[in-house]
Design a protein around this ligand. Structure first.
Ligand SMILES: Cc1cc2nc3c(=O)[nH]c(=O)nc-3n(C[C@H](O)[C@H](O)[C@H](O)COP(=O)(O)O)c2cc1C
Length: 181
C-alpha cells in the first residue's frame, strides 16, 4: 500500500492496547467521534496488528498499569518513528486516577512516556477515565491492586470512569485537524 493518500477522504487509524477491554472501548468511541465529522475513513486496530501506512492521522492510546503505559504501545511508537514522522499524531491514556488530581498532573505523570517516543506532529493529547473490576482481574493484577488498596487504607472493588461523550469529543476534535483549511 502506498504511503500517500489519494482522493479526498482522509484516513484515521486508532491504535490501542488493552488488558481488560476498556481502552478498546474508548478507541471505538474515539472512532465514532472521528467518523461523525463525515469526511474521514476510520479504522481501529490492536497495536499487535497495527500498520500506520496509508493513514493520515494516527491516534494511539494505552491504559496505565503501575504508573506507565503498556510496553507494547511504547515499543510501537519507538519502532515506527520513520512511518509516523510525516503524519499527524494524537496520544491518549486511560487510567483510574482520572478525576482525583488535575489533568495537568496526569498528563505529566502518564503521557510523558508516550510523548517522548512519538514521532510525527503530535497534535493532541488526552487522558480518559478507565474501568476497574477487581473480580475480573488476573491473580497477579488483583494482588497488585489489593496491595495498593491496603497501602491507601481503602478497599477498591470497582471503579467506572468511562465516558463515551468525552471520547467522542476527542475523536471529533482530532478529525478536525484533517479538514482542509
Ligand atoms: C494492576 C493494575 C495497576 C494499575 N495501575 C494504575 C496506575 O498506576 N494509575 C492509574 O491511574 N490506574 C491504574 N490502573 C487502572 C487501569 O489503568 C484501568 O483499569 C484501565 O481502565 C485498564 O484499561 P484496560 O481495560 O484497557 O486494560 C491499574 C489497574 C491494574 C489492574
Amino acid at each position: 500500500m502506498p504511503d500517500e493518500v489519494t482522493g479526498s477522504t482522509a484516513r484515521v487509524l486508532i491504535i490501542y492496547d488493552t488488558r481488560y477491554g476498556s481502552t478498546k472501548t474508548i478507541a471505538e468511541w474515539i472512532a465514532e467521534g472521528a467518523a461523525s465529522r463525515g469526511h474521514a475513513d476510520v479504522a481501529v486496530q490492536n497495536v499487535a496488528e497495527a500498520d500506520p501506512r496509508g493513514f493520515d492521522l494516527i491516534v494511539i492510546g494505552s491504559p496505565i498499569y503501575e504508573e506507565h503505559p503498556l510496553p507494547s504501545v511504547m515499543n510501537f511508537l519507538a519502532a515506527n518513528r520513520d512511518r509516523l514522522s510525516d503524519k499527524d499524531v494524537a496520544l491518549f491514556v486511560v487510567c483510574v486516577d482520572y478525576g482525583t488530581v488535575s489533568k495537568e498532573e496526569l498528563v505529566h505523570r502518564y503521557l510523558a512516556d508516550l510523548q517522548t517516543r512519538a514521532a510525527g506532529r503530535v497534535r493532541a493529547i488526552e487522558v480518559f477515565g478507565g474501568y476497574l473490576d477487581v473480580d475480573k482481574l488476573s491473580d497477579t493484577d488483583r494482588k497488585l491492586i489489593e496491595d495498593f488498596a491496603k497501602l491507601m487504607g481503602a478497599p477498591i472493588t470497582q471503579v467506572n470512569k468511562l465516558d463515551r461523550q468525552s471520547a467522542r469529543k476527542f475523536g471529533a476534535q482530532v478529525a478536525h485537524f484533517l479538514e482542509p483549511a
